[in-house]
Ligand binder design. Structure first.
Ligand SMILES: O=C(CO)[C@@H](O)[C@H](O)COP(=O)(O)O
Length: 224
């Protein structure tokens, strides 16, 4: 089943609790943590995650776009994130880190920037609960979806299936009504959407509409 994770990067940060509750039918709330080093933008950190945890029942999917995730990522699991994603390009010891995150009770996920291939990480897949393929350069919401990432999504799905793993495959960046079907057909099953949800008049309805599109596209792809 397709999961839709609204990205609070496109929400009104002055009304975060309200904005989190506006999408309570969503599967997860995607929380973009940026440190102005790994990416050229600065957003939020642990205290906001702790507060969000109390403000909504929707599980938190924290995407750490930070340097030194080996030091910080386990603390996000302790702060209440149900899923913690760290970047392959930033982690010094990704296997140890994934194990630490899981030991704290959260799902462990590995993110890849657009120029980072999945193949070097094939042997690590059993240590993970999700792979995140960035479909824009990380740092900002509202960017155009990179179609050139579709082959990487397909290859990642093939690797996951070949190993018989139950990993989720997430895409993030430029996901909208116009692009979600291509992602689902390529094998993604978790979809982060910022502007397509928070830019909509009715964010909760936008979540439902995106999920319907993704599920129809996935059904078409499997019936081929
Ligand atoms: O991680 C990021 C950006 O780096 C994303 O989560 C964006 O926040 C998604 O926003 P849209 O592209 O959907 O507007």
């Amino acid at each position: 089943m397709a999961q839709i994770n609204p990205s609070i990067l496109s929400a009104d940060f002055a009304r975060l609790a309200e904005e989190a509750r506006a999408v309570e039918g969503a599967d997860w709330l995607h929380v973009d943590v940026m440190d102005n080093h790994f990416v050229p933008n600065l957003t939020i950190g642990l205290p906001v995650v702790e507060s969000l945890r109390k403000a909504t029942d929707t599980p938190l999917d924290c995407h750490l776009m930070i340097e030194d995730p080996d030091r910080w990522a386990p603390a996000y699991a302790e702060a209440g994130a149900g899923s913690v994603t760290f970047h392959a390009e930033a982690a010094a010891a990704p296997v140890r880190l994934a194990r630490e995150i899981r030991a704290k009770g959260a799902r462990a996920s590995l993110a890849l920037r657009p120029a980072t291939p999945i193949e070097p990480y094939e042997d690590l897949l059993p240590e993970l609960d999700m792979v995140l393929i960035m479909t824009v350069e990380p740092g900002f919401g509202g960017q155009a979806f990179l179609d050139i990432m579709l082959p990487k999504i397909r290859r990642t799905r093939q690797l996951i299936d070949r190993h018989g793993l139950a990993l989720w495959l997430q895409v993030d960046g430029g996901v909208s009504a116009a692009t979600i079907e291509r992602c689902a057909e390529a094998g993604a099953d978790v979809f982060v959407a910022g502007s397509a949800v928070y830019g909509a008049e009715d964010p909760a309805a936008a979540v439902g509409a995106l999920r319907d599109r993704a599920e129809r596209a996935a059904a078409r792809a499997t019936s081929r």
